[in-house]
Design a protein around this ligand. Structure first.
Ligand code: C2E
Ligand code: CA
Ligand code: CA
Ligand code: CA
Length: 282
């Protein structure tokens, strides 16, 4: 009867809440376990000098080889990692992987003198006290390796606390790391803010690149971003190049470095090593 139905309805409501909370809890404890069990790894997306065709670097992108769900992409676990703060540990873990991979690539003479490896850092990480100490330890261990690492931070994360951010970036750069602004152009930072940020590289967000077409407004925007980069003495990297037409448009406006599915998808470390061996970059 009515009373029973009501209670069942309530139970269904509770169950669905429990499911959501359960999903969150299981994913976050799963992530902690993933770190312990070393289920996280990175793929590398090569970056090319699109005027010469040479590989000039790569970006490390984290993946999770889940014991039951298979391979998970950042969109499936980074949000929970951000919410729970586990992202800070993930960033440490990924940094360590990338440091060792770069060291290996250099020892095996697979990369050219100016090859750089990029790693993403969350905003939380940028403002964590341990970051600088941690980077310092790596720098002291092998400055020839850390000198070739680029730390990517999103424009949004940088401008929320501009003053603190400038200070952190200055400290990071003193240790010889380079710093890139990721997803540039969509984070609403003013040019005044950009001028104050002591960064080395602008990564042009893929939303502009995907719109590159004859006579489109995105051509004008991308051209302007390149000009801004040149006048502030920054390198520009175009992200998300998916077609020959986009590549041609970038070449014609004088862009040098690009990454994207058209050039290469993110690939496993082993596949990347094979690619480097075949192109004999060293
Ligand atoms: P992001 O740093 O902007 O990385 C570029 C993303 O675009 C990657 O997605 C990459 O696979 C994808 N991509 C590359 N070329 C193309 C293309 O031509 N077309 C399209 N549509 N997409 C392309 P992914 O690997 O899923 O990573 C998503 C985001 O997760 C990254 O965006 C970054 O913000 C974050 N992330 C990845 N790894 C890490 C990490 O180790 N630490 C932190 N804190 N964040 C990470
Ligand atoms: Ca990035
Ligand atoms: Ca990006
Ligand atoms: Ca992005």
């Amino acid at each position: 009867h009515a009373k029973r139905g009501g209670r069942d309805g309530f139970r269904i409501y509770l169950d669905s809440m429990t499911n959501e909370a359960h999903e969150l809890m299981s994913k976050s404890s799963g992530l902690k376990q993933a770190l312990i069990n070393q289920e996280l790894f990175v793929d590398y997306q090569p970056q090319f000098d699109i005027q010469t065709g040479l590989i000039v670097g790569a970006e490390a992108l984290v993946r999770w080889q889940h014991p039951t769900k298979g391979r998970l992409m950042p969109s499936e676990f980074l949000e929970i990692a951000e919410q729970t703060g586990i992202i800070v540990d993930i960033d440490d873990y990924v940094f360590d992987l990338v440091f060792h991979d770069l060291k290996l690539l250099m020892q095996q003479d697979l990369v050219s003198q100016d090859f750089k490896l990029s790693v993403n850092l969350s905003g939380r990480k940028l403002f964590s006290k341990a970051l600088l100490e941690n980077l310092k330890t790596y720098h002291e261990r092998a400055p020839e390796v850390t000198n070739r690492m680029i730390l990517e931070l999103t424009e949004r994360d940088m401008i929320t606390k501009l003053d603190r951010c400038i200070e952190s970036i200055e400290n990071i750069k003193r240790l010889g790391f380079r710093v890139a602004i990721d997803d540039f152009g969509i984070g609403y930072s003013s040019l005044g803010a950009l001028k104050q940020l002591p960064v080395d590289i602008l990564k042009i967000d893929q939303s502009f690149i995907s719109g590159l077409d004859e006579g489109s407004v995105d051509n004008v925007i991308t051209d302007s971003i390149l000009n801004i980069a040149r006048s502030l003495d920054l390198c520009a990297v175009a992200e998300g190049v998916e077609t020959e037409a986009q590549l041609q448009a970038l070449r014609s406006i004088g862009c040098h470095v690009a990454q994207g599915y058209y050039l290469s998808h993110p690939i496993t470390k082993d596949a990347f090593i094979t690619m480097l061996s075949n192109t004999a970059a060293g």
